[in-house]
Design a protein around this ligand. Structure first.
Ligand SMILES: C[S@@+](CC[C@H](N)C(=O)[O-])C[C@H]1O[C@@H](n2cnc3c(N)ncnc32)[C@H](O)[C@@H]1O
Length: 696
């Protein structure tokens, strides 16, 4: 009865109170104490909210049913109207019927304006209900977090608006209402692209130190003028509450690039030592948080998705950033390269010392430079500068440019060159099949899919000490012919290499046969990254690799040597993706036709191998010729295997075989920065270092 009386006093009719009270009792498990607190504040809140939530829910329900543009448009209009109402509510200071509601909204604004994100807004911009008593539960999900964990959501890049995206400005005193409105209104759909290679500028990076210096100035309702040279740092309510309760912090960072791409990251760290802490997948964290939202905060929509909410945050950011009326844009060029978790220098240390097993690096998997064409995502990061990745078409398999003679006809595969009677996995059969003949009657691969150690060591030996091993010389070398305008130069010799032969179409075994490795494609998670030592982009794996692991093959356009020569001489660019020559058998041929002397050029069409940098002599990758479809050996696959165990995040390198003293070397030479103690480039900086040290 007291409840009804209290509500009557603030003008709420009994009927409404009754209906809401019933639900509230259920919600609070009949805990009257909670309901009675602050003169039935929770009840009053719930009654005011019920009006809103009914309206919101019907919008949400309606949206679920409508998949046509008309309904979507209607939703936007409704949301705009609704936001107007909210804005009005926040502006009216004295409104007798809804005193408690107003109080609450003001409180929410306090939090939202610090972060520029209304934490009570769902993916559709609908207000979400958070019972007061449960707000402080939020940090409970974090106390075990020990080392920084980052969950990032990257927003769409703005293709239609080349203007730099201005930072999210959070100013309590100016434009607060307008900001709130923007946060709650779902912006128009931006044109999306899945082409990360067209990203003009990589993400601007985040200044973590200013996040931790406690400079959010929330106490006095003041926000410091942002430093225009820094990316915006926003600490949200999570940070405030978590700091109070358990000494852990959660930080929300938003960064933008001048191409309009944005990155929002949430980082959690705890002061508490917890040796048992283990990292869980991003999916499981999101799922747990969604469950928590549904249970604890009583979100209305069972399909609520935290990820969508975070994406909406990105859209809010874009929406604000596209509005150039207010703040001057942040100068992203002036932002020194920093990563929230690691700096370029840290990576250098890691690559030198190996990567600690518990130290997990979480890449931005939203960028897949392979565009889904490989069975793993190939991410791309730049923690060093604002250089964009080169523009090229990702192709997972070689493609003939024009004149190269590449013939995959089944009729060309002789009977003794495939295993028609095998089935299942050839590696398990007691007698090696014809496909193992090439490697001395023993298969090249182990059951784990790595190359056998003896074979690998042989290949490494051949590559590293070519003089001792057999070099073969062509009568008419395809590399010398175009160089000397038809006049034959002397062949410098081609390495005679061991081939691996894989089972293929005519074989009786199945797709999962252990003698099919290269043809199954990349299986380790790879990442293209900006090297910190001036070599441009490089490649690394995000997991430890065993010795002999297949990393990737060199994929590009198949050109004849003549075509390559014409291409290079017409190109103004000094260096492309460094072509590779399919020359393993050239010295064996009495007469090599022009369309049979082939090479692979990955400058315009290629795969991830185009990012592998050179290291003299002791590179951790070696290329091995692999016969899959074509028995004639003019065309074959060039597959990269690890020469030793490689730790996650260590740069993957190969020896291009460049003769740095030969100005006419077909692979355009550069000043070598490989850092190898065996560097052959005595002019390069690693060479001069060696000279100073009296080496070589
Ligand atoms: C196949 S690409 C490798 C990817 C390249 N770093 C990029 O950013 O696209 C070859 C080019 O990388 C650079 N590079 C590769 N290895 C290098 C090294 N050891 N020292 C200096 N530059 C290197 C040279 O510019 C070379 O022409």
């Amino acid at each position: 009865m007291q409840a009804f009386r209290a509500m009557r006093e603030i003008g709420i009719p009994e009927e409404k109170t009754k209906r809401v009270l019933k639900n509230l009792l259920k919600l609070y498990d009949k805990n009257w104490e909670l309901i009675e607190q602050e003169n039935y504040r929770a009840l009053a809140d719930a009654i005011f909210d019920s009006d809103d939530s009914e309206a919101s829910y019907s919008v949400a329900e309606q949206m679920k049913k409508c998949d046509d543009a008309e309904a979507a448009e209607k939703k936007k209009v409704e949301q705009v109207e609704r936001m107007k109402t909210i804005e009005e509510e926040t502006q009216i200071l004295e409104e007798p019927e809804k005193p408690l509601k107003r109080l609450r909204l003001r409180h929410q604004d306090d939090q939202a304006s610090t972060s520029c994100i209304n934490p009570n807004t769902n993916s559709s911009g609908i207000l979400l209900k958070i019972p007061k008593s449960e707000v402080n539960e939020l940090p409970e999900s974090q106390p075990e977090l020990q080392s920084p964990v980052e969950i990032t959501v990257t927003g769409p890049s703005l293709r239609t608006d080349p203007q730099p995206v201005s930072p999210l400005k959070c100013n309590r005193n100016n434009g607060e209402q307008a900001d709130l409105k923007k946060h709650l209104i779902k912006p128009k759909d931006e044109p999306l692209t899945d082409d990360p290679l067209r990203v003009e500028v990589p993400l601007a990076l985040i200044m973590p130190e200013s996040l931790t210096n406690g400079d959010t100035s929330t106490e006095n309702n003041l926000v410091k003028e942002p430093d225009p040279t820094k990316t915006i740092n926003l600490s949200n309510r999570v940070q405030e509450t978590s700091n109070e309760t358990n000494g852990s912090t959660a930080e929300l960072d938003i960064a933008s690039s001048s191409s309009g791409e944005i990155k929002i990251s949430l980082r959690c760290k705890s002061d508490k030592e917890n040796p048992k802490f283990s990292f869980k997948t991003e999916d499981s964290v999101l799922k747990t948080m969604e469950d928590k939202c549904l249970k604890s905060y009583k979100f209305l929509d069972p399909n609520f998705s935290l990820k969508i909410l975070m994406k909406d945050m990105c859209e809010c950011f874009l929406d604000l950033g596209s509005d150039h009326s207010g703040e001057p844009p942040v100068n992203t060029d002036a932002i020194p390269p920093t990563d929230p978790l690691k700096t370029g220098n840290d990576f250098e240390k890691e690559t030198e010392n190996g990567f600690e097993e518990n130290n997990h690096f979480i890449p931005d998997e939203t960028i897949d430079i392979a565009k889904g064409q490989e069975s793993v995502v190939i991410s791309l990061v730049n923690e060093v500068n604002i250089e964009c990745p080169p523009s090229f078409h990702y192709i997972p398999k070689n493609a003939v440019f024009q004149n190269a003679y590449v013939n995959f006809s089944l009729a060309r595969i002789a009977n003794d060159n495939f295993c028609s009677t095998c089935f299942g996995n050839c590696l398990t059969s007691s007698t090696p099949c014809p496909c193992a003949l090439q490697t001395g009657g023993d298969f090249a691969y182990t059951n784990e899919g790595t190359i056998k150690e003896d074979l690998l060591d042989d290949c490494i030996q051949t590559k590293r000490d070519p003089q001792k091993c057999h070099l073969s010389y062509c009568k008419e070398c395809p590399l010398e012919k175009p160089k000397n305008e038809g006049v034959l130069g002397t062949c410098k010799g081609h390495l005679e290499r061991s081939f691996i032969k894989e089972c293929w179409l005519k074989c009786g075994c199945n797709r999962k046969c252990g003698n099919r490795v290269v043809q199954c494609g990349i299986r380790y998670k790879l990442q293209v990254f900006m090297t910190p030592d001036g070599k441009g982009w490089g490649l690394r794996a995000l997991e430890d690799l065993p010795k002999g692991a297949f990393v990737c093959e060199f994929v590009g356009e198949v050109l004849t040597c003549k075509e390559l020569h014409n291409r290079v001489s017409q190109s103004s660019k000094k260096d492309g993706a460094c072509p590779v020559f399919l020359d393993a058998e050239w010295g064996e041929e009495s007469e090599l036709k022009e369309d049979e002397a082939l090479c692979l050029d990955a400058t315009s069409y290629g795969n991830v191998a185009r990012f592998i940098n050179h290291r003299c002599f002791d590179a951790n990758l070696i290329e091995i010729p692999v016969e899959v479809e074509n028995p004639d050996r003019h065309y074959y696959h060039l597959a990269f295997f690890t020469t030793r165990k490689v730790k996650a995040l260590q740069e993957l390198t190969r020896d291009y075989g460049i003769d740095f003293d030969d100005d006419e070397d077909p692979v355009k030479a550069f000043e070598c920065q490989c850092g190898s103690p065996f560097c052959r480039d005595i002019k390069g900086s690693s060479g001069s270092m060696k000279r100073k040290c009296g080496q070589n």
